[in-house]
Design a protein around this ligand. Structure first.
Ligand SMILES: [Cu+2]
Length: 149
């Protein structure tokens, strides 16, 4: 009898955490571009998946040593690469995946206290409209193709 109650409680616990995980956006394949000394800003790239049944929106975030974390879009306008902050946030459809990558959407890290050094990690907290804050620890890397295009 005692055992049965314990098992029920354990099953409930698992079900509850599975439920929470089911609606929390997943942050995968994330990385931060290493910056040279004195660089005022950096960028982070990652893949966001919304496993929930309702759309969510990435609004911004925070990271230690970074004054402002914004969601930006890079696009070609009249042959010129431009970057703009997504003031309304970045929509992530229910059950959908959005890729933030060089040349497209990215997380802008504005106002760096110190350079982002390759080999270090950055603890990035992303803020979602519905899911709230979601934390990820991202590796800082120098991409092999940096400056190649
Ligand atoms: Cu940007």
């Amino acid at each position: 009898m005692k055992n049965a109650a314990f098992i029920t409680a354990a099953v409930c616990l698992v079900a509850t955490s599975a439920l929470a995980a089911a609606s929390t956006p997943r942050i995968e394949a994330g990385w931060v571009r290493a910056t040279p000394p004195g660089a005022p800003a950096g960028a982070a790239y990652l893949t966001l998946t919304n496993p929930g049944k309702t759309p969510d929106r990435l609004l911004g975030g925070s990271a230690p040593g970074v004054k402002r974390v914004e969601v930006h879009e890079m696009s070609m306008t009249g042959g010129v690469m431009r970057m703009r902050p997504l003031t309304e946030g970045l929509a992530i459809p229910a059950g959908g995946t959005v890729v933030l990558k060089p040349g497209g959407y990215h997380i802008m890290l504005i106002g760096l206290d110190s350079p982002l050094k390759a080999g270090d990690t950055l603890r990035l907290t992303l803020r979602f409209e519905k899911a709230g804050p979601v934390e990820a620890v991202l590796p800082i890397k120098t991409p092999p193709a940096a400056g190649a295009h």
